[in-house]
Design a protein around this ligand. Structure first.
Ligand SMILES: [Zn+2]
Length: 294
């Protein structure tokens, strides 16, 4: 009789464990975040379980056709939001093509002046950007304190602060976005570098995140130790082009390894796709079919 009671107790414990760890996978649909392999640059697709979508950055002009193909393969023709983190060509280069081929509800950037460089190619990109993004009726500016609601997913802007820009450096003014789905958090650092990271640490004491999109493609100019210790991610994603000796930099990789942070890299893993659940669990799928990470 005692034994039977014990069995019953085991069964109840099993059910409790299952309800916490297993059942949410079946009863709750995941938030999907794809770090799309665009070679040089960033492009991140966010799909809320309710069907709302946001695209953050568009990679370079060269990667535009590939990115458009990827989105079409995902059966996407319209997106609720396009968010451009800053004005460098490896983030906004795909804008002209994407804006021709896809419909976006609202397009956001940080409002910093976009002026092309002296070469005709970058001057053309700047003028196309202004026409597609800034002069459209669906354009808005995001700064620290703003948030975009994507169904049950919240995109919170942590950087740059409002008002005048303190620097003209595009990277230092990158839009930093914290994505929250239930208690799961993903921190997207765009091309943030150390000087702004230090200010962000002061401005936002709670920077904890489960997944970190490493700043500035893993350059040693970003992702300082104090920053990593504050964020304490379990998993990191680096969007980088192949065979670049500086990005990601070995010092940054070493700091991530020292903290037992699982690292995915688009230059090695291809597309890196997360399915995230609200209870701080997730699965990862890459082109290399690495084992799922929970
Ligand atoms: Zn970049």
């Amino acid at each position: 009789m005692v034994l039977k009671k014990r069995h019953l107790l085991y069964f109840v414990v099993f059910l409790l464990v299952a309800s916490v760890f297993v059942l949410p996978r079946f009863s709750v649909r995941p938030l999907k975040i794809d770090f799309i392999n665009v070679g040089d640059g960033d492009s991140i697709l966010i799909r809320d379980p309710g069907g709302q979508t946001a695209l953050i950055d568009t990679g370079s002009k060269e990667a535009g056709p590939q990115l458009a193909d990827y989105l079409r393969e995902q059966r996407i023709s319209t997106m609720d939001y396009l968010i451009l983190t800053h004005g460098h060509p490896d983030h906004i280069g795909g804008v002209p093509l994407l804006c021709q081929e896809f419909a976006f509800g609202t397009i956001y950037d940080n409002g910093q002046e976009i002026s092309g460089g002296p070469d005709p190619e970058s001057a053309r990109l700047a003028s196309e950007y202004l026409a597609h993004v800034r002069e459209g009726s669906r354009y808005g500016i995001l700064r620290s304190g703003d948030a975009v609601e994507l169904g049950k997913t919240r995109l919170e802007v942590l950087w740059p602060p409002g008002g005048e820009f303190k620097t003209s450096d595009y990277n230092l003014n990158s839009l930093v976005i914290r994505v929250s789905y239930g208690s799961t958090r993903i921190l997207l650092m765009a091309d943030m570098q150390a000087a702004s990271e230090a200010e962000l640490l002061v401005q936002t004491p709670d920077l904890r995140a489960d997944i970190l999109k490493v700043g500035y493609h893993g350059s040693r100019l970003a992702t300082g130790e104090a920053f990593l210790d504050r964020v304490r991610p379990q998993t990191a994603v680096i969007s980088a082009k192949p065979r670049d000796p500086e990005k990601p930099h070995r010092d940054v990789l070493r700091q991530l390894a020292k903290r037992d942070i699982t690292v995915y890299r688009t230059d090695q893993d291809g597309h890196v796709r997360f399915a995230l659940f609200p209870n701080r669990t997730w699965t990862v799928e890459t082109d290399r079919n690495r084992a799922p990470d929970v």
